[in-house]
Design a protein around this ligand. Structure first.
Ligand SMILES: [Zn+2]
Length: 323
């Protein structure tokens, strides 16, 4: 079970910058960053508020429109900002090809959970702020020549936590994928199991993996895409059992958070611990793919993974020529 507040602290914020409030020399020891900010000072009066975003890595100021056009990645250093699930989805699938499944499904407060606020009031708040009913969007779509079953998680809905709805929606998606002989792709971002649903959320780990096992037995490919951050119960279940595991650069990927591991093991953690790059070196993931390259790469990988697979309809086509 995860402490969601922990992960939201490590999530780089999509910070809208009030240019007038930027002090010079934000990055200690980085003279180039100081120069850029210094240079920006004289024209600050002409820059309307809320149109620029400061890169969380290189501290470059990016025009919001450019950031959106670049799929929320920094044009200077390639830093990947958080992106809404719907925007990501639109960047991956063929236009107008997405048929959403179970869009109206939302959680029930089975445990009558009340912390600082009640679970139903939290759900309502996040439903309002994100426009989604829960932390995953699922459906069938076309991606180039491939029809696929696709699930995209949204970290902005309660830390992308996996409760009964996330588990059920993904399980139904995978089951439809198995029935219709489709590859499954799940784009994960999550702080883990949803504490408000206790063991009901933990059960989703077994349920999703069970469905994936049947999908695998049917000889169908499953690609798991990890984005920042993918942790805890989600990483310990469906996110880590892909036939192919891809990840966005710089993403935090792991089970327990680094602070917990450090406290438990009483050992210094190696540099880059729990990042995409660290895990690629150690064979935990198969490839790092940038957001701008994701659609093209997924289509290429699907070309390999589905090569030789019999298309369901092709089987039934009667032969025309007997000669
Ligand atoms: Zn940058």
């Amino acid at each position: 079970m995860s402490d969601l507040s922990d992960f939201s602290k490590t999530l780089p914020q999509l910070e809208t910058v009030d240019v007038e409030s930027i002090p010079s020399g934000i990055e200690p020891g980085s003279s180039s960053a100081r120069m850029k900010f210094g240079e920006a000072v004289p024209r600050k009066k002409n820059i309307p508020k809320g149109l620029w975003t400061k890169c969380g890595k290189c501290a470059e100021l990016i025009y919001d429109k450019d950031l959106d056009e670049n799929l929320k990645t920094c044009p200077s250093c390639g830093y990947h900002f958080p992106i809404a699930a719907r925007v990501r989805l639109a960047s991956l699938v063929d236009e107008k090809s997405f048929t959403e499944m179970d869009a109206g499904m939302s959680s029930v407060d089975v445990l009558n959970f009340t912390g600082v606020a009640s679970y139903p009031s939290k759900l309502k708040r996040y439903q309002k702020s994100t426009g989604e009913n829960d932390a995953v969007i699922t459906g069938l779509c076309k991606m180039g020549p491939h029809k696929i079953a696709l699930g995209v998680m949204d970290f902005s809905f309660l830390g992308g936590s996996m409760g009964s709805v996330v588990g059920e929606k993904l399980t139904r998606l995978i089951e439809v994928g198995t029935k219709e002989k489709l590859p499954v792709i799940i784009i994960s971002t999550s702080g883990g199991a949803r504490m408000y649903e206790g063991m009901f959320s933990l059960m989703q780990m077994a349920k999703t993996c069970g469905a994936l096992a049947y999908h695998s037995e049917a000889g169908l490919p499953y690609i798991s895409v990890l984005t920042h951050p993918t942790t805890a119960g989600v990483m310990a279940s469906y996110a880590s059992v892909g036939d192919l595991i891809l990840a966005e650069p710089g993403a935090m990927i792991g089970f327990a958070g680094p602070r917990v591991i450090k406290d438990t093991t009483q050992a210094e953690l190696p540099p880059g611990f729990q990042t995409t790059e660290f895990l690629l070196d150690r064979g935990m993931i198969d490839a790092i793919v940038t957001r701008n390259q994701m659609r093209e790469s997924l289509i290429n990988y699907l070309n390999y993974l589905t090569a030789g697979m019999t298309k369901p309809k092709a089987k039934r086509t009667p032969r025309k020529k007997a000669s």
